[in-house]
Design a protein. Sequence first.
Length: 156
Amino acid sequence: MKVTGAELEQRIDRFKKACHAAGVKLTHQRLEIFREVAESTSHPDAEAVFRGVKRRVPSVSLDTVYRTLGLLTDLGILFTLGPRRESMRFDANLSPHHHYVCTSCGLTRDFEAAGFDSLSPPPGIDTFGSVSATHVELRGVCADCLAKEASGRQPS
């Protein structure tokens, strides 16, 4: 399914403004890579973005797609779902819990919250399929990275 019309134009306008504000050059390949994500409702992975863009821009490389998606994520124009792009994370804790993830260094910590455990799926979610579990992932900047930023040091 694709996003069309006014919503797509608003997303592209936000993209252009964010690139300009960050001093990032607005190239044809970057625009096409963003457009591939912006017009999709399926939350595509990098390989799907690459395949879609390659149909319109045969010279695009998979490396360019990965680097551009990373840049746009770092600029806050896109956000990721699931594991961090640098590495897949594993968890042997099978008891009900949730995760805090530092968006700067990748620190991941478990936490328990009964209120999150008892979240009910919203009405209509059954049209997507069945729900067997819920998981909440909170993202932010950890105390160590905040302290490093405050002192002017680069977060690791």
